[in-house]
Design a protein around this ligand. Sequence first.
Ligand code: FAD
Ligand code: NAP
Length: 461
Amino acid sequence: MTKLRVAIIGAGPAGIYAADLLLKADRDFDVSIDLFERLPAPYGLVRYGVAPDHPRIKGIINALRDVIDCGEIRLFANVHYGEDLTMADLKRHYNAVIFSTGAVEDAGLDIPGIDLAGSYGAADFVSWYDGHPDVPRSWPLTAESVAVIGNGNVALDVARILAKQVDDLMSTEIPENVQHGLAASPVTDVHIFGRRGPMQVKFTPLELRELGEVPDTDLFVHEEDFELDPASQAAIDTNKQVLVISRIMGKWREREATGASRRIHLHFYAKPVEIVAAADGLSVGAFRYERMTPDGEGGVTGTGEIREIPVQAVYRAVGYLGSPLDEVPFDERRGVIPNFEGQVLTEHNEQMHGVYATGWIKRGPTGLIGHTKSDAMETVKHLITDQASWWSPAEPEEDAVTRMLSSRGIRYTTIDGWHELDAHELALGQASGRQRVKVVPRDEMVEISRGGGGGRAGEGV
Ligand SMILES: Cc1cc2nc3c(=O)[nH]c(=O)nc-3n(C[C@H](O)[C@H](O)[C@H](O)COP(=O)(O)OP(=O)(O)OC[C@H]3O[C@@H](n4cnc5c(N)ncnc54)[C@H](O)[C@@H]3O)c2cc1C
Ligand SMILES: NC(=O)c1ccc[n+]([C@@H]2O[C@H](COP(=O)([O-])OP(=O)(O)OC[C@H]3O[C@@H](n4cnc5c(N)ncnc54)[C@H](OP(=O)(O)O)[C@@H]3O)[C@@H](O)[C@H]2O)c1
């Protein structure tokens, strides 16, 4: 074989790092990579998850762009595996496929009232404020008091964006519809609930510290949550991250209210029990939780004491969940593709020939962008050495793929098309004194991408 043809499905960081590592790998054959992405823009959660007020992390896009711009990768965006592309297509055109489709859904929370109007998944809200093309343009920001359930970094993002005044977000890339939505928000109080104690949070120190720096916002913690049990004290003594977190919260315990126009309240040992309906019986009226107590081993146990806080909206930030893909094994419980170090496994625990996974769909929805690089390293190492299990495609020529997509009328966009859209968003930003303004509607993204690109964007359609 002269050339290894690889399809990568999902152009988030995991897929892009996998492409980069494949190109850089020590090998005695050529590689040709096609990167498929269901959205008209690459970069996955870096573009559509990382909070807009985190420009330094959004800046990772520059490194990812250098990879897809290297001239050795073809990008086919606006192409959905499972709708526009099947496993049979992949086997006809490639020797192997890497799935790097991430996780976009909210994990569920099985408590009464979770389906009331005003009860939301964090992933949907994040998609809205980050201008994801597949969510509604408007978000009902009508609540004065809001509950955010969860003690991970997504809960911090959601609480911070809800609490921030829109003027403090105007230097960011938030789209216009988000700007208007946030400007009209009457929110005064954001309550964050964790089911375990302050020393068992999944927040990272940098992000936690930022919560205490939201302008014109007071932050409250409650003394009853800081009677530390031996397990919490041991965590402080042995884990530097927990030590820093305890110091940050220690300073907050000494804070006085300043009369700021918005307030963030942190509640620990608060296990969700129910979202209580308002008088109309349809919408959120209160959040009910059970007071927990440390079990001495880092966990918690119920006290039976039920408490309630009136709120008009609840955001659950209890984790993301991967979605199943056509003709690919799936572990429903963990929301991942079952695999051994990236080699996809069948239901009989045998290696599925030619099929690999990387990133959140391989490992589950935890970990930072940097972790997807080590993931990709492991997966690519196997792919390269698994020559005996590669497919033998009937149509390996590169042109056969573009012919197939065009013959199906798929309005795919390419790297040149993405450059057009990128330049368009930067120009919109420049016109309003901002770095970038995102284009949100999918049709508009596709039109701009296909209108440019020197005729290469989805030719033949
Ligand atoms: C709200 C939020 C904020 C975060 N903030 C940070 C942060 O500040 N710093 C940090 O280091 N990490 C952060 N993370 C974690 C980081 O985003 C992830 O570690 C990383 O994005 C996972 O990469 P991935 O490529 O596996 O998945 P993703 O980034 O989700 O990329 C998957 C890609 O696959 C595409 N795809 C899905 N299905 C298909 C299909 N059927 N066909 C074609 N394409 C498909 C998706 O559209 C997407 O582009 C954050 C996560 C979230 C949820
Ligand atoms: N700025 C950043 O760096 C940034 C921003 C956003 C996300 N991320 C990363 O992205 C990943 C995903 O973040 P995430 O916040 O979605 O997940 P996470 O870190 O796993 O946090 C999930 C939180 O939800 C809680 N939870 C789960 N089920 C619950 C239930 N039934 N009832 C009450 N609480 C429940 C968990 O509590 P328990 O601990 O008790 O299980 C935990 O506090 C993380 O690795 C995160 O660091 C990073």
